[in-house]
Design a protein around this ligand. Sequence first.
Ligand code: NI
Length: 138
Amino acid sequence: MSSLIRFGVSLDKQLLDSFDNLIKTKGYSNRSEAIRDLIRDELVRLEWRAGREVAGTISLVYDHHTPGLSSKLTDIQHTSPDIIISTQHIHLDHHNCLEIIVTKGDPRDIEKLAALLKAARGVKHCALSMATTGKNLA
Ligand code: NI
């Protein structure tokens, strides 16, 4: 368990006012938790840039009536079985499917998988949410 350390930060009043307004709209009850989250976000970005093991989710929206598309998306996922932990398929309506692919592994492999899925013709939306394994964060 890590120890808690307090430190002072000097900020321009206008910048601090903007920060306070920002965290209020985001629902933070105090500055400390908002600052911790900002630091964690930056550390997670660093994990992705540094090529450390990361976790992430890819969400896809597509029309399953598009000829060959469901099969193509499955084929692409079968090229990366090592990084795919789980896949969830939701039938949003008569046409549209939402697929959520949970991944863990090398960030370059995850980004490549997301790019291949996004480039598949007929995919309406594809987004990669960059997360972390949490191992290196307090
Ligand atoms: Ni479906």
